[in-house]
Design a protein around this ligand. Sequence first.
Ligand code: OAD
Length: 245
Amino acid sequence: MSALRSAQFVVALTGAGVSAESGVPTFRQAQTGLWAQFDPAELATPEAFARNPDRVWAWYAWRRSLVEQAEPNPAHRALAELARRLPRFTLITQNVDGLHQRAGSAEVIELHGSLQRYRCAICATPVAIPAEAHPPRSPVCVRCGGHIRPDVVWFGEPLPEAALSAAFDAARRAQVFLSIGTSGLVEPAASLARVSSRAGALVVHVNPEQPANMSAGDIYLCGRAGEILPIILARLAEVGQENAR
Ligand code: OAD
């Protein structure tokens, strides 16, 4: 805790586990209902979209409806509060659910895009589609006639360059790097913790299961993000009050 309190620059990377307590299934959790028979890795690809745009569109419409019904949980809210309490804080997420922003996090580096954004699959023209007017099938781009797709990163696609470079830059400059609710299986996000550790940061993993990308010297806090992050926040406040005395 003293490292967190004295840190001038804290970085947090979140994965699907930070939204699990909001009822949003993690990426590797079994799909439920209508989509149980589909493997996300089979749907979240440019090839799947080219083959059957309406099926991929419907899967994302289902995922977006899940997220619209979800609420930010204490983990999201604790991270938004940490940003207000610490001298410098950068939040990086692999999630596409927008729950950090709904919890009050003003600046979020979205490595994998967002379910709330859309673009043309051919000319990349951004398209705004409100949740309440979500078309049942993939609309056609008015500029080029291509199909509109969710603005998320699919398997085999590059991550947004600006977001990726901002994330690695922050990881290299952090004194403390919090890796929260991610299995640490998917690159390049999984390398951020290692890069931060090698640059001298204290890396802390928060997860009920030990993630795959732990390095020697990392701290592992076994538990749910919605339970552990509010404790970290409360302890930080106590240390702050002690120092103020
Ligand atoms: P995963 O589904 O791979 O891992 C979720 C992690 O959250 C697991 O390690 C769980 O143990 C952990 N977890 C579950 N409940 C939790 C809780 N209450 N508190 C804290 N942790 C909890 O999801 P990600 O690691 O986010 O990429 O997956 C990374 C990327 O893999 C996704 O962004 C997606 C996928 O390929 C794209 O879609 C491009």
